[in-house]
Design a protein around this ligand. Structure first.
Ligand code: B12
Length: 290
């Protein structure tokens, strides 16, 4: 299977991806419905983002769009399951490709899912989360090494960031959100996904991520004035320390009027009952509607 498409997509490639004739591509660009870049020689070039924006407004085109190659029966199979959003097929497939280091193919599937109108929160809840869980199990049972776990998780994180580059973002609202982990937490992938979902809702997001030195948090509230704070705790090796940090953030939020949302398994052992906390969120669909 080929690597994900080139940065600039030609008119014939755009036609193949959207499943239409080149003449339709020309017509849609001429009337301004499909954005493009004109080269010095007058040729139309597209970014994947342009095609995604178009598909976003044209449901029928989106349903037949396909970014994946169709050369072999294997290609056609993965393309079929991606268009359908069949995660029972995609989870083991993505996991296997990620472990083989075939990140181009993983990226292509992520982009294709979004292009064919699968919601970001659905991709996160039904594909990325189960793949990460299963990678964690393989590591815990000794089937893969910690280095392999690192490689896969970092590449999946990169893949999410590239996916975000093509996501349809609304006009920014004046709502601001701060996303943070506590001071000893390295697991920031769920928080990245929270950031992306909030951006998709028009939030301006400040992502302080891994190992945020929480004792110096007040300054951030003065500078950025977040309306909402999302705290993720996946793993807590010292619940007492984490509780002290949390109580501190909750109190700062109460003073500044910011609303807190918490998420992650770390909260199984942490107390988040506080007037500043709206609720604990269990999945990304809930983040999207929070
Ligand atoms: C990737 C990973 C890492 C990477 C993190 C990279 C990164 N940049 O994030 C690295 C390699 C750095 C790492 C390190 C460690 N890890 Co680790 N890691 C994982 C792994 C494989 C995936 C984590 C992840 O992103 N999961 C995906 C998220 C989306 O799933 P989730 O955490 O279950 O979250 C769900 C909800 O809680 C919710 N959610 C989670 N957070 C939030 C936040 C908000 C705001 C909201 C709304 C919702 C939400 O969304 C999910 C939806 O179902 C897990 C396996 C697993 N089961 O998750 C192990 C895992 C979490 N790690 C584990 C461990 C033990 C460690 C280490 C201690 C290992 C070590 N000895 O060094 C260190 C800890 C470092 C530290 N101080 O934080 C254990 C934790 C066990 C436990 N008792 O809790 C796990 C479960 C592996 C295992 N099977 O044992 N890890």
């Amino acid at each position: 299977m080929a690597k994900p498409g080139p940065k600039y997509i030609s008119s014939p490639e755009a036609a193949r991806i959207l499943g239409v004739n080149v003449s339709s591509i020309k017509r849609w660009t001429d009337c301004g419905e499909l954005a493009c870049i004109r080269t010095a020689g007058g040729h139309r070039k597209f970014l994947l983002k342009h095609l995604v924006e178009f598909a976003h407004d044209h449901q029928k085109v989106a349903q037949q769009a396909n970014l994946l190659p169709l050369d072999t029966p294997g290609d056609r199979e993965i393309s079929y399951y991606t268009q359908k959003g069949d995660y029972s097929f995609l989870v083991p497939w993505v996991q296997a490709r990620a472990l083989e280091g075939e990140y181009g193919q993983v990226q292509c599937v992520l982009l294709s899912l979004y292009l064919t109108q699968h919601e970001l929160h659905e991709i996160y809840d039904l594909l990325i989360t189960p793949v990460l869980h299963s990678i964690g199990e393989l590591w815990a049972e000794g089937t893969i090494t910690i280095v392999e776990e690192h490689l896969v998780s970092q590449r999946l994180k990169d893949g999410l960031i590239r996916l975000q580059e093509i996501v349809h973002l609304p006009e920014r609202t004046n709502q601001r959100a701060l996303c943070l982990n506590l001071s000893e937490e390295l697991h920031d992938i769920p928080l990245k996904m929270v950031q992306h979902l909030l951006e998709e809702k028009g939030y301006q997001v400040y992502f302080s991520g891994q190992k945020t030195p929480v004792n110096q948090i007040e300054k951030v509230f003065t500078t950025f004035k977040p309306d909402r704070v999302y705290i993720s705790s996946v793993y807590s090796d010292d619940p007492e320390r984490d509780q002290t940090e949390l109580d501190h953030i909750f109190n700062v939020c109460k003073e500044t009027g910011a609303t807190v949302f918490v998420g992650g398994r770390g909260f199984d052992t942490l107390n988040y009952r506080h007037p500043a906390v709206r609720c604990r969120l269990d999945n990304f669909a809930d983040v999207a509607s929070s």
